[in-house]
Design a binder for this molecule. Structure first.
Ligand SMILES: [Mn+2]
Length: 368
């Protein structure tokens, strides 16, 4: 056992690093909980527990904002935060199974399980490092894609321009276009897009409308969002529309398949993705479609396809592509009606946490 030095294990280093994470904000939350929720009954020995649940515990209690963060009713004040989570309950862009209008609720509900917001391996406590809020949902128009897009762009634009990082919880993938359209005008230069998906989603129209098969055709028509800065990872299988493939070829986008990733490894994929997305760009937008993961791990989605990434690969990939910073991100295609034990929604929540955790570690976010 001469080669064995347990100090080198990530598991050991992470345990040591935890000691240096502050507890300032969690102490403040406990104090506020006792004040607003009253002191606990006399028989309760832990005097940090309040009578009414006001903090993160119990995880099954309380009102489910994302991570049980404060609900920011007055969205004019969003600039006071580093990160703002928003639901985008829009699913009329769906071409097969509907139901992602309930995605934000599902993500919020299971996010309670992660409301501590601490990653062991990263040794990051998001609640301590970031000022975060849930701004609720965009008022989408359930009978009209285009009007919904206008609402979404306006909402994303408002949050981004205020100085908070917008994190969008979809909704189907048609929201990708209005989300990028909300951010791009505020970037002083080009914006790159990193897109994880089994599907290319680059059709101009699908069944006569701009559906969830179309966001990147329109996003890359935005003057400062060139198609050459669009990197699509995980695309493949038997569901990729031929019309989308034609556009990808015409526009010279970069598609990295699951097979490519198997061959060169997740680390190399991330390296290439960062190089392409950041080439001459000032910011990078991240789009995570849960269906980039193998259908067995994401039953709760509108267009499942076998043969995608494992959850572990996808989470690693997200960590790696986020280390240079992400200006805004979306998690799309969570449809809880088809989910089992919340596993799809859970993966969506984890995707968000990995990205923010790595951004904190690399000093890309958090000063408020
Ligand atoms: Mn997809």
């Amino acid at each position: 056992m001469g080669f064995f030095h347990k100090e080198h294990f990530e598991g050991i280093q992470a345990a040591k690093a935890e000691e240096f994470i502050p507890e300032t904000r969690s102490q403040e939350e406990i104090k506020r909980g006792l004040e607003f929720g009253l002191e606990a009954a006399e028989s309760i020995k832990d005097r940090n527990i309040s009578c009414f649940s006001r903090g993160i515990n119990p995880y099954f209690a309380g009102i489910n904002t994302f991570l049980k963060l404060p609900y920011l009713e007055d969205v004019r004040k969003v600039g006071e935060y580093d990160v703002a989570f928003m639901g985008v309950p829009h699913d009329i862009g769906t071409t097969y199974r509907p139901g992602t209008r309930f995605g934000p609720q599902a993500l919020r509900r299971i996010s309670a399980l992660y409301s501590q917001a601490y990653s062991y391996e990263l040794a990051v406590d998001l609640r301590e490092s970031l000022k975060m809020c849930d701004v609720g949902d965009v008022f989408t128009i359930p009978a009209n894609n285009e009007k919904s897009f206008d609402q979404i762009s306006k909402a994303v634009s408002h949050v981004f321009a205020s100085g908070a990082m917008p994190v969008m919880m979809g909704g189907d993938h048609s929201i990708g276009y209005p989300c990028v359209r909300g951010v791009a005008p505020h970037i002083d230069g080009n914006i790159g897009i990193i897109h994880l998906d089994r599907h290319a989603d680059t059709m101009e129209k699908d069944m006569d409308e701009r559906m969830h098969t179309c966001p990147w055709f329109h996003a890359t028509n935005i003057p400062n969002a060139p198609a050459t800065n669009l990197v699509q990872i995980g695309i493949g299988g038997w569901q990729v529309a031929r019309g989308a493939v034609k556009v990808a070829r015409e526009r010279n986008t970069t598609i990295i398949s699951v097979g490519d990733a198997e061959k060169i490894g997740i680390e190399k994929v991330a390296e290439i993705a960062l190089e392409m997305a950041w080439k001459g760009a000032k910011a990078v937008y991240l789009s995570f479609d849960v269906d980039c993961v193998d259908a067995s791990a994401v039953p709760g989605t509108g267009y499942p396809e076998p043969g995608g990434f494992t959850p572990r690969e996808a989470l690693k990939l997200l960590q790696l592509v986020a280390k240079e910073g992400i200006c805004a991100m979306e998690v799309v295609e969570v449809a809880p009606q088809y989910d089992i034990s919340d596993i799809t929604a859970m993966l969506g929540v984890r995707a968000i946490l990995e990205v923010l955790g790595v951004m904190v570690l690399n000093g890309k976010i958090g000063s408020k």
